[in-house]
Write a protein that binds this ligand. Structure first.
Ligand code: ARG
Ligand code: GLU
Length: 725
């Protein structure tokens, strides 16, 4: 549905001039991820920055707000409804897992893409859900009334949990919606979120990896970026237009609340908003906890994952079989690995620990003059004492997670422990049935497992763990290593003689084992390591960490409370917790490596230049290249190319993937999919100079759907405000 013909297309030339102008333009970034019902308080500020609609159009309680067009996609992404027939747009990487489940050798959607040419071709996606937030309400009074701030955490939590359960039940009955009450501001506020979840979701469109993950891990978290990171799904509903389990004759969900698409472009400095579900941030932690992330946790994660990824990559390059088994796992592990490096870089460049310390001095000044919050004065000192006391334990735990359990064999050794319990349990009559079931539960794991690769991971991660964790290395480790003449490769060979290194060995063990065979498990080298590390954890680590977590929950609640009550200079927004938020900022370029690199937008012509047939990550489909070569770009041509991505200074986080990026009128101009490298520290500290979110330009999405996918039927159901043909 083509509504209007507003603007003429901006040419590349004007884009370039805008970029130059941008050099002198001061960004007006806005830190904060705001709860939609509180936007009224931000309205003046948003209007000053460029918002052209009342905030009541973004969220309201009469069912007409744009919140009804934004969905939690699956369990950790965002999506947006873009037609009256329940069409949902999200990222390629958000649909990836689902599409892996639908793909096969015959239907390789990663290689070939997928475009349903009519409704009947849309593919059901078992397990996938889409959740709408219909309403949010502050219920703090009902949850913490009568509870003293300094009440013991465990006792307080007990009362809070009972109140939450009862209140949730009441809301469900009263509204017929799902109700979930979550803590905000470290437990100083509580909100109920009333939601509706649909579970008949079908795949509609998915570009091949050569578009949807173009640039792969190399370009991940980087700018400039040329990834067509989108996919499309459709919500199906029962006859009453309400959520229903999958049924062939369910109908596309009918709705009046869907986003209008504005395909007329934007320029630097334009107001933007991102509406979605950011997952986790820790903006208000003290310098002591920040130092744990900066000096202990991130470095260990990076150090261990570098070794793991080196071994994986080497073997993936040597064998296509290993590549196919490890590509998806690798993407996940490498995503964190690369993000934390950017986070450290950002924290260092900004001296964020130092900035936190400065803030703490200021806070301490406020606290010492205040009479009303007796706990405020020593809350930081208490945090400091607890945090420093636990550092060694935290370090050991992180090495166990990343180094010991970075080895898949040890991760899976839990199965041997379960088998041991079966063999020893006199009440289980048919033990082999149970063992076979357990062995079967690892089938999916073995499908994507290569023992030779994992053995190399073992040989490179074990020295790291053994050498860096004095005091926490189990005797089973040191004994085995000594038994192999202190040679890590020999030790690896020995450990990989385990029953679980080979699926068939495990299977026949499960089928034939008798009670006497529990000895085989007790003598199994992988089980011995697993058992040893569990004991160390139980005795020397877990109790300290859980005590620390409880103490910190208490202290951080008080610290947050004191900051909010004493520091009137600051605007407080709650840390991300995978609930609906709106953040706003402006389109703003950046200069990652000096003035020559300055840009705020990328385009197809640049992507074509990056094409490399020899490198999987940069292999562009021939059809896309041809469309570009023949300038067959349809109405999406902007100066002979198509814009792909742009950056802006909206405050986003993991979980904002797939979020709608809206202009000043609340119209869709793109889909959020990443942040720039240095900016990933915004989960801990937002700085407008370094933080940018990366958005896929809606025009590239529409171009790919129409010209590459041949699925122009989808554009007909959208409401597009577009440039003239
Ligand atoms: N960095 C983005 C996010 O955090 C995209 C990840 C998907 N892409 C990839 N190459 N692994 O989720
Ligand atoms: N790619 C991220 C996600 O999957 C979004 C990028 C970010 O962390 O900001 O949610």
């Amino acid at each position: 549905m083509l509504k209007q013909c507003l603007f003429s297309p901006t040419s590349i030339k004007t884009g370039f001039i805008a970029a130059l102008v941008g050099l002198f333009f001061t960004a007006n970034a806005k830190e904060g991820m705001w709860l939609p019902p509180t936007l009224k308080n931000r309205e003046n500020d948003m209007k000053k920055m460029g918002l052209q609609i009342p905030v009541s159009q973004l969220y309201n309680e009469d069912g007409t707000g744009l919140n009804n067009a934004v969905v939690l996609f699956g369990k950790g992404c965002t999506g947006e409804v873009i037609s009256s027939r329940g069409l949902v747009l999200t990222n390629h990487h958000c649909g990836y897992g689902t599409v892996q489940g639908l793909s096969s050798k015959q239907n390789d959607y990663f290689a070939d893409g997928f475009w349903a040419k009519k409704d009947e071709e849309e593919i059901p996606c078992p397990g996938l859900t889409v959740t709408f937030v219909r309403k949010m309400e502050n219920v703090t009074d009902k949850i913490i009334t009568g509870l003293a701030d300094t009440m013991n955490e465990a006792a307080r939590q007990q009362v809070v949990e009972v109140r939450i359960k009862n209140l949730e039940k009441g809301f469900k009955t009263a509204t017929g919606l799902d109700a979930m009450i979550k803590p905000y501001f470290n437990g100083n506020q509580y909100w109920v979120i009333l939601t509706e979840t649909f579970n008949d979701i079908r795949l509609v469109g998915f570009p091949p990896n050569g578009i949807g993950s173009f640039g792969g891990d190399t370009d991940n978290w980087m700018w400039p970026r040329h990834t067509g990171d989108f996919s499309m799904f459709r919500i199906y509903a029962g006859k009453d237009n309400k959520p229903a389990a999958y049924a062939k004759d369910n109908k596309p969900y009918q709705t009046k609340q869907f986003l209008t698409i504005n395909a007329s472009g934007y320029k630097e400095g334009d107001f933007t908003m991102v509406y979605g579900f950011p997952g986790t941030t820790m903006e208000y932690i003290s310098s002591y906890q920040l130092s744990q992330v900066y000096s202990i946790l991130d470095p260990i994660r990076i150090e261990a994952r570098t070794l793991r990824l080196n071994a994986w990559t080497k073997n993936m390059q040597a064998s296509r079989d290993v590549f196919l088994k490890y590509t998806s796992k690798r993407a996940g592990i490498a995503n964190g690995w690369k993000k934390w490096q950017g986070e450290l870089r950002g924290l260092r460049i900004n001296n964020v620990v130092g900035k936190k310390q400065e803030y703490e001095n200021y806070f301490q000044g406020l606290a010492s003059y205040d009479q009303n919050l007796p706990f405020a004065d020593d809350v930081l000192a208490n945090i400091a004492a607890k945090a420093t006391a636990v550092n060694d334990v935290l370090k050991a735990e992180e090495y166990i997670k990343e180094a010991v359990f970075g080895i898949e064999l040890l991760q899976n050794a839990a199965i041997l422990d379960k088998m041991l319990q079966v063999l020893r349990n006199h009440r289980i009559v048919n033990k082999n049935d149970s063992l076979v079931k357990l062995a079967k539960s690892l089938e999916g794991m073995y499908k994507n497992y290569d023992a030779a690769t994992d053995k190399e991971v073992f040989a490179s991660l074990m020295p790291l763990f053994v050498q860096k964790n004095a005091g926490y290395v189990p005797t089973s480790f040191t004994n085995q290593l000594k038994g192999q003449g202190n040679d890590y490769n020999a030790w690896a060979n020995y450990v990989f003689s385990s029953i679980i290194a080979d699926q068939n060995t495990l299977k026949s063990f499960a089928e034939t084992a008798t009670a006497a065979d529990s000895n085989r498990i007790i003598g199994d080298p992988a089980w011995l390591l697993y058992n040893g590390i569990n004991k160390v954890r139980q005795q020397h680590i877990s109790p300290y960490i859980s005590r620390y977590n409880n103490e910190m929950a208490y202290l951080n609640r008080l610290y947050m409370n004191a900051q909010m009550n004493l520091d009137k200079q600051k605007s407080f927004y709650p840390d991300a917790n995978l609930t609906l938020r709106l953040t706003y900022g402006k389109v703003a370029g950046i200069d990652p490596d000096g003035p020559a690199g300055y840009s705020f937008q990328t385009n197809l012509a640049e992507a074509v230049k990056k094409h490399n047939p020899d490198v999987e990550e940069f292999k562009m489909p021939a059809k896309l290249k041809a469309l570009h070569e023949e300038r067959d770009l349809g109405r999406w041509s902007v100066g002979g190319s198509v814009p792909i991505a742009f950056i802006a200074n909206n405050h986003t986080s993991g979980g904002n993937s797939g979020s709608p990026v809206l202009n000043a009128k609340g119209e869709l101009i793109g889909t959020n999919f990443d942040r720039i490298w240095e900016g990933t520290m915004s989960d801990l500290y937002f700085d407008e100079k370094l933080c940018r979110n990366i958005t896929l330009d809606i025009r590239y999405t529409l171009f790919i759907v129409e010209k590459f996918g041949g699925a122009g039927r989808l554009l007909k159901e959208m409401n597009i405000v577009k440039p003239c043909d």
